[in-house]
Ligand binder design. Structure first.
Ligand SMILES: Cc1cc2nc3c(=O)[nH]c(=O)nc-3n(C[C@H](O)[C@H](O)[C@H](O)COP(=O)(O)OP(=O)(O)OC[C@H]3O[C@@H](n4cnc5c(N)ncnc54)[C@H](O)[C@@H]3O)c2cc1C
Length: 441
């Protein structure tokens, strides 16, 4: 190894995880972020006694690297034990909530499934102790509209065909295949429990712990103008700060920004490559947070409720964070997080705040029987909430891999490939770091 130096573009979860593991492996890392804070989509807010997230709320320990990262940071963060209510998930049907069944007998009784769906369950699709919904998401053809449909519309706000939530495995890429098999061997002993995780006090504590471990000196904020150019060996990274043009030369550049920013940041890529990479559409999601100092609606003993598209409501779903997390709302109060818009209502994102608030308050009154307006109300518009990988994700991935081969030391990562959830992002960041420690530049 000649020089263990890398520039990472983007200080979201992917960039931070990559930087954390590279730093541990003895690399010098510099992270460039266009905003004035680290965390990207992760953003915890504290106001009027409420603690709420405007991005992700909970992650899933679905990948060995998630378990590993949480263990590595255990001196800096505390995993919040989730309340019993987390297991209870509601689905809206015909003007009332029903709990999603967790066992065969419940699923045969529930009004959420049609008789033919129940028959299919009985005929042997039930395996192990998986959630009933996972049984259906695993199969391609049967998709009960009151279970799988709301998971897709409310959680991912997309549709089955446009969205691949699982990482792409590119079988033809030998290097990736070798690395993933090494990972399997290395990580055999790491426990993955597929449990939800939440960080005590807010997800920004995870971000803060990562920043602290990486070292604050490694971060450069407000670097939107950053551009990368290939040199004979390595790359020249340039950005404008207060009228001064900075230039840095490094052997490795790792991009973790969204597909839309690739063209501007890497001007040397040809137009065709840029088009193929940035051919990712995104869902537009509104997240509305409603805080009540004193809760007078129906009991909120659940993770939240999902609303199937066929119910024709104005919301996609509601999370009840104060029912399963500590100190989210004052005293007898409640904190709710509602999702609106998504694939079927993309224009909702352009509605004025007052219209959104009226819709939400009306829905809360009808669906949770709240007699009064919320004491705290916030709207967050996510124009690029989730990438929809489209019908031909392999072409994009092949283009990326070819560019990486053409320019050794350049890594085009982030959520335009390999999955959209926090676990995927952590997995990708950790894999990049491991991969780099095996290579020479
Ligand atoms: C509303 C919402 C709810 C979600 N809920 C969940 C959930 O419950 N569970 C879950 O697992 N996942 C959830 N996710 C997904 C999760 O947030 C993401 O998978 C993860 O945070 C993405 O991390 P990232 O670093 O890849 O991208 P980002 O967080 O988008 O970070 C990319 C960073 O790059 C920076 N950047 C962009 N362009 C440039 C540039 N030109 N120069 C420098 N910096 C640049 C951005 O400012 C940003 O900080 C949710 C996402 C959203 C939006």
């Amino acid at each position: 190894m000649t020089e263990k130096k890398a520039v990472i573009i983007g200080a979201g979860l992917t960039g931070l995880t990559t930087a954390f593991y590279l730093k541990k492996a003895g690399w010098e890392v510099k992270i460039f972020e266009r905003n004035n804070r680290a965390g990207g989509s992760i953003f915890t807010h504290r106001e009027q006694g409420f603690v709420f997230e405007s991005g992700p709320n909970t992650g899933l320990v679905s990948h060995p690297d998630v378990a590993d990262l949480l263990t590595q940071l255990s001196g800096h963060i505390q995993i919040e034990p989730l309340g019993e209510s987390v297991r209870r998930r509601l689905v809206w049907k015909d003007c009332r909530w029903y709990a999603l069944p967790h066992c065969l007998s419940d699923s045969l009784r529930t009004p959420l499934f049609k008789w033919n769906e129940k028959l299919k369950l009985l005929m042997g699709t039930m395996r192990n102790n998986q959630y009933i919904t996972e049984q259906f998401t695993a199969g391609n053809n049967t998709r009960p509209e009151h279970t799988v449909d709301p998971f897709i519309h409310a959680i991912y706000s997309g549709d089955f065909h446009g969205l691949l939530t699982k990482p792409n495995q590119h079988k033809n890429n030998k290097k990736e295949a070798i690395i993933s098999s090494r990972l399997k061997n290395e990580k055999r002993h790491v426990k993955i429990d597929r449990q939800l995780f939440f960080i005590n006090g807010g997800l920004d504590n995870l971000v803060n712990a990562l920043v602290k471990n990486i070292g604050e000196d490694a971060f450069y904020f407000g670097t939107e103008s950053l551009q990368v150019y290939p040199k004979e060996k390595g790359f020249s990274v340039q950005y404008d700060s207060e009228g001064h043009l900075w230039n840095m030369e490094v052997p490795v550049v790792i991009s973790t920004i969204g597909a839309g920013g690739i063209g501007k940041t890497f001007p040397f890529l040809n137009a065709h490559e840029k088009d193929l990479i940035s051919n990712v559409s995104h869902t537009h999601v509104i997240q509305a947070v409603a805080g009540f100092n004193k809760w007078r609606g129906i009991p909120l003993k659940a993770f939240g409720g999902l609303v199937p598209n066929t119910e024709n409501r104005n919301i996609l779903g509601i999370l009840f964070p104060s029912s399963f997390l500590k100190d989210r709302a004052p005293g007898q109060g409640a904190l709710l997080s509602l999702f609106l818009g998504g694939m079927h209502n993309p224009d909702m994102i352009n509605m004025p705040d007052e219209t959104i608030k009226r819709m939400v308050v009306d829905e809360l009154r009808c669906m949770l029987l709240t007699p009064e307006e919320p004491d705290l109300f916030k709207i967050f518009r996510h124009h690029y909430a989730f990438p929809l990988y489209g019908d031909n994700p392999d072409t994009r991935l092949e283009t990326i891999i070819n560019i990486e081969k053409q320019f050794p030391g350049l890594i085009l990562a982030g959520n335009m490939r390999d999955g959209i959830g926090m676990a995927h992002r952590i997995g990708q960041g950790a894999a990049i770091a491991r991969n780099l420690t095996l290579q020479q530049y």
